[in-house]
Design a protein around this ligand. Sequence first.
Ligand code: DDH
Length: 290
Amino acid sequence: KEVKPKGPFTPKFEDYQQVYNTVAKALEEHDEYDDGSYGPVLLRLAWHASGTYDKETGTGGSNGATMRFTPEGDHGANAGLKAARDFLDPIKEKFPWISYSDLWILSGICAIQEMQGPHIPFRPGRTDRDVSFCTPDGRLPDASQEQKHLRTIFGRMGFNDQEIVALSGAHALGRCHTDRSGYDGPWTFSPTTLTNDYYKLLIEEKWAWKKWSGPKQFEDVTTKSLMMLPTDMVLIKDKSFRQYVEKYAKDNDAFFKDFADVVTRLFELGVPFTTGEDARWTFKSSFDEA
Ligand code: DDH
């Protein structure tokens, strides 16, 4: 006979791991999407939920999941992220006790780990907020800009040059869509596996302006099948950024370590946790030994 727990349900690590496993299974099942995975767009959802943080006012960040609402959901930078939110809806229905904001971050972590990236520690504690907490447009980076813009946008979140470069390695994953950002194509030849190829390609390939009527972007001269945004190229033009591109191009372990550290911080921006950093958990991925 089933024994129902008394009082409110307090989810534990095992419960969150079950959500993780369900996201991982859905990723595997829906391999018809894009390059074979919803992983990149799930990661982008978690990043755009978090990257609105402003350290001066404490507004924005991954607490709240306010991208569910207009106007934030309609901000240009968030075009296409409905695909990720819709993907997660059935999972939210299955686990009604988890907040959207915890679910989006947990799913971003799941996406990274299931695309063979490093483990990203997680702690719950995000609560969903109403439309009045939507952030103003313009807090996320604009791909047509230069180093000054990158330092302003990421500086507002609290990140330095090394952290900007480490975070940008996420562009090993996924692609640009003409019907979303206007840009077109993937950055690497393996857009559903996290590697340091983004840095290697930046340094080793020859890049030239793509000749087309779309927004200004770069293409690789050899195959013309890869792309870089103007903001990506800034990372090798600017001396301070470039030293980290060179470091990560040479050393995938160093990239994975720094990426895990900075993404952990990114995903916790603006969250009023009642637990300490020692309360973070690490989810088991499909690649880990049972
Ligand atoms: Fe990004 N990104 N991103 N990005 N991003 C796009 C796609 C993806 C910028 C612009 C774009 C980060 C930083 C930057 C991912 C993760 C991360 C697209 C294409 C544009 C444009 C969208 C589309 O058309 O569908 C700019 C500018 C910056 C910057 O200035 C540094 C960071 C920090 C991350 C992260 O995750 C930590 C991912 C993943 C994608 C692929 C999405 C997809 O659907 O595929």
